[in-house]
Design a protein around this ligand. Structure first.
Ligand code: HEM
Length: 407
């Protein structure tokens, strides 16, 4: 390891990131993985970059807790943001987690997802028609972000003309999960929870009065609960709907946006995928690995653990760096190479273990349909002026990517 890489690893501070890091975090992740894979950050938290260490933490829910009540109180105070994040299933341990997850998973069954396919194809083709008519377009606003918002809107059966604010609420609430947030970002996140709750209260009342089909409508399913009487409290219901809308939105936008941008930087892989559209499944997995939309996860130890030859006591905050683990050469041969045919590809973009993404089959379907149909329609697309990155370390993606179809 050279001195620069050692210095990069030694000076790494998740709370003081540079523009170079946001543009390309992978040299830093590599330096950390090779030099200090279990790294103590200045704020006392530990940062993991090795694939095997992430798997260990994800799989052991007894020692590595997802409950964020202690961690978020100093950050958010007794605010709506605090109430929201600490009520979401992703930031809870069993038994709360198990109850809510079971209800959500039931509505995201393979059959329910397969039934969405014809709708998705029509939606994507309609967006592509709009792009064809314009010639120059924004890959995010005109395409990548427009897909998940409709899909998740359908899942909860939010009327079409009421979907517009969902994206901004979602960006504001997830933005508040960044390691350091300004007062303005906190206020934006908090207001978004307030407005979102007010909206959902009305939606839930309407749905109680006129229930949908619980096989397909997640909201009806969450309201009705399970046949044996397992039900969510009013607060759990609202916050988990918000979480679901958020979880499936920015992440999937980033999969589609990052995937199509990565192809432009890897022209031979782009041509390979165009020549072999049947490779779309492995290509989507590689996009998820190579530019993971969700780069960081968090856990708190609740008992003493051993990691990388170190002993960490109970009460240690841990950050799991998915972006680094997904380029670990111990798991992925030639990890810096983008290979649309890579198999096996056991990436951690959806995490693993008890909290593994509940919407991954849906995200994969959205990614495959969006990217394959886009490529078939505009094989010569190219980037226009400089893309604008989201500027986040946790959720990696673009706010806008000006493009031209060249067709
Ligand atoms: C490319 C798209 C997506 C990515 C990269 C992604 C990634 C993730 C990751 C890494 C987690 C685990 C978080 C943790 O425990 O630390 C997670 C959890 C979750 N995701 Fe996704 N996600 C995506 C799309 C979706 C979609 C479309 C939905 C729903 C429609 C969804 C719903 C959920 C839910 C409900 C959880 C919580 C699961 C639990 O705690 O048991 N996600 N996701």
């Amino acid at each position: 390891m050279n001195a620069d890489a050692r210095e990069l690893a030694a000076s790494f501070d998740l709370e003081k990131l540079t523009p170079e890091f946001y543009a390309n975090p992978y040299p830093t992740y590599r330096a950390l993985r090779e030099n200090t894979p279990v790294k103590r950050l200045p704020n006392g938290a530990w940062f993991l970059t090795r694939y095997d260490d992430l798997v260990t933490a994800y799989k052991n829910t007894r020692a590595y807790s997802s409950d964020k009540k202690k961690e978020f109180l100093p950050k958010y105070g007794a605010s709506l943001l605090y109430e929201h994040h600490t009520t979401s299933l992703v930031f809870n341990d069993p038994p709360i987690h198990t109850r809510v997850r079971r209800l959500i998973m039931g509505a995201l069954s393979p059959r329910a997802i397969a039934e969405m396919e014809p709708y998705l194809v029509r939606l994507v083709d309609r967006l592509l028609d709009g792009i064809a008519a314009k010639g120059s377009f924004d890959l995010i606003g005109d395409f990548a972000a427009a897909i998940p918002i409709e899909v998740i809107g359908n899942l909860l059966d939010v009327p079409h003309d009421e979907r517009e604010p969902l994206r901004d609420w979602s960006l504001a609430i997830l933005g508040a999960l960044e390691p350091v947030i300004s007062e303005a970002a906190f206020a934006r996140g908090n207001n978004a929870v307030k407005d979102f709750l007010a909206y959902l209260e009305v939606l839930v009342e309407r749905r109680r009065a006129k229930p949908g089909n619980p096989e397909r409508d997640v909201l009806t399913r969450l309201i009705q609960g399970e046949a044996d009487g397992e039900k969510l409290t009013a607060k759990e219901l609202l916050h988990n709907c918000i979480f679901l809308l958020n979880a499936g939105h920015e992440t999937t936008t980033n999969l589609i946006g990052n995937g199509l941008v990565t192809l432009t930087g890897n022209p031979s892989e782009k041509q390979r995928l165009i020549a072999h559209p049947e490779m779309i499944k492995t290509a989507v997995e590689e996009m998820l690995r190579y530019e993971s939309s969700n780069q960081l996860g968090n856990r708190m130890t609740v008992e003493q653990v051993e990691l990388g030859g170190l002993t960490l006591p109970a009460g240690t905050p841990i950050t799991l760096c998915i972006g680094a683990a997904n380029r670990d050469p111990a798991q992925f041969p030639d990890p810096e190479r983008f290979d649309v045919g890579r198999t096996p590809n056991r990436h951690l973009a959806f995490a693993t273990g008890a909290h593994q993404c509940a919407g991954m089959a849906l995200a994969r379907l959205e990614g495959a349909i969006a990217i394959s149909r886009f490529l078939a329609r505009f094989p010569d697309y190219s980037l226009g002026t400089a893309p604008v990155r989201g500027g986040r370390v946790r959720f990696r993606g673009f706010l806008s990517v000006p493009c031209v179809t060249n067709s």
